[in-house]
Design a protein around this ligand. Structure first.
Ligand code: ZN
Length: 284
């Protein structure tokens, strides 16, 4: 199952949702003091022995072989101190700082660690489960129930009305920031039905003409966000009190503070804004 010629392996070691990395000096990407300093580089620990963490690891999983190097994931307990010369960092900080391939796999490693932690016992009969050697599944030896890693789909809707975009604020957003609407798919629902329901529930408007944009894995803990653009059909904005703090139609040239460029929400908004500006520039 491991690489054909086992040697050193890269390790994704998590404490909660923080990853253990060796980091270069902090650098500020611009002279603007409001821009947060970021490490110049970061890399994963590289070790030859698969028990280098000793008894400190709560669990260790083999992830696979990448370009001849084995990849491992491990979890340490809350409060664990990093080894000398290393530190715990959130995945957001490591975007574009950690090698792209490793950054993408960090989300997978985190999801598999979470799945392993939460499937130690059978959900049907309560017996301890066992890992299968050649497949990513935990099996109950008593009743044979299989527990595979699962992904929870969620949809995102950017609603257009003429030259306006519908953006909303959730109470947990940073001050002043607005984004597209989003919500989890419920059992038995299609993505299109979920979009229509979420938009109707959250802001009280009806939509049509949904167009797929892109999707993004979101490992907190195991979501897949699927983003769409759609058109307003009818209804006035009535924000749902418990979920939406504010919702507004924004002119494409007068948008509020938006989510960071790491998010699919921002990529979706930027793409639609570029397209709309092109449309209106063409008419001017
Ligand atoms: Zn069972």
């Amino acid at each position: 199952m491991t690489c054909e010629s086992p040697g050193e392996g890269h390790w994704f070691v998590f404490r909660g949702d923080q990853l253990l990395v060796e980091m270069g000096p902090l650098e500020r990407p611009s002279d603007d003091l409001r821009v947060r300093a970021r490490p110049a580089w970061a890399r994963l620990p590289l070790h030859k022995h698969h028990n280098w963490l000793g008894s400190t690891a709560n669990r260790t999983l083999y992830l696979g072989c990448l370009a001849g190097t084995d990849l491992w994931a491990a979890e340490l307990s809350a409060g664990s101190e990093p080894p000398a010369g290393m530190s715990w960092e959130g995945l957001r900080t490591l975007f574009t700082v950690l090698e792209d391939g490793h950054f993408a796999l960090a989300g997978r490693a985190l999801q598999l660690i979470d799945w392993d932690r939460t499937h130690q016992y059978c959900g049907r009969c309560g017996a301890p489960t066992e890992a299968k050697r050649d497949e990513r599944v935990r099996i109950c030896p008593a009743c044979k129930l299989s527990a595979y890693p699962r992904v929870a789909p969620a949809v995102m809707a950017l609603v257009r009305r003429g030259r306006e975009l519908l953006l909303a604020r959730s109470p947990h957003f940073p001050p002043g920031m607005y984004s597209a609407l989003a919500g989890f798919v419920e059992p038995g629902e299609s993505l299109e039905q979920c979009l229509a329901r979420e938009v109707a529930e959250e802001v009280g408007v009806q939509i049509s003409n949904t167009r797929y944009f892109a999707s993004q894995s979101w490992p907190f803990p195991h979501s897949l966000m699927i983003a769409f653009v759609c058109d307003w059909v009818s209804g006035e904005l009535r924000p749902q009190a418990s979920e939406i703090e504010a919702a507004n139609w924004f002119d494409v040239l007068q948008l509020p503070k938006l989510p960071s460029k790491i998010s699919i929400a921002r990529r979706l908004i930027d793409a639609v804004v570029a397209q709309m500006r092109g449309e209106y520039a063409g008419k001017a």
